[in-house]
Design a protein around this ligand. Structure first.
Ligand code: HEC
Length: 108
């Protein structure tokens, strides 16, 4: 009986922990490849500006900040899926950074 209680408590703790820290990468990974136009229709200019701040603060810690213009929207779509989890951004912040770099990407 005691064992069962401990087991129940343990599984409860695990499920609480998991729900508090959802994998930030999952949402980002499932996003489709989007063009500048698609991003602009989904995010306000305030959100894009916030994305720039987040980008500046979080994406230059391991390497120099990469210029958004250095890559195409398609390339950024691919790269952010790897970098957002590295920068430990949550889903919302990750999406804003993603929106910022794609909007300012070089045209392919
Ligand atoms: C924890 C360290 C770390 C953080 C934080 C980080 N990066 Fe990186 N980044 C790397 C490493 C290591 C590489 C080189 C290896 C690779 O490409 O995976 C890299 C490579 C890159 C490249 C070149 C990849 C290519 O294929 O051209 C870009 C662009 C980039 N990062 C953008 C970002 C952006 C945007 C952010 C913020 C969301 C970010 N990085 C945050 C570690 C980091």
């Amino acid at each position: 009986m005691k064992k069962l209680k401990i087991l129940a408590l343990l599984s409860l703790t695990v499920s609480v922990l998991v729900s508090c820290f959802p994998k930030a990468s999952q949402v980002i990974r499932s996003l489709p490849v989007e063009s500048k136009e698609q991003i602009l229709s989904q995010y306000s200019s305030e959100e894009i500006a916030e994305g720039k701040v987040l980008y500046t603060n979080h994406c230059g810690t391991c390497h120099d900040l990469k210029e958004p213009e250095s890559r195409t929207a398609e390339q950024w779509n691919r790269i952010v899926k790897r970098m957002i989890p590295r920068a430990k951004l949550n889903d919302r912040d990750g999406q804003l950074v993603r929106a910022y770099v794609i909007v300012n990407a070089k045209s392919s």
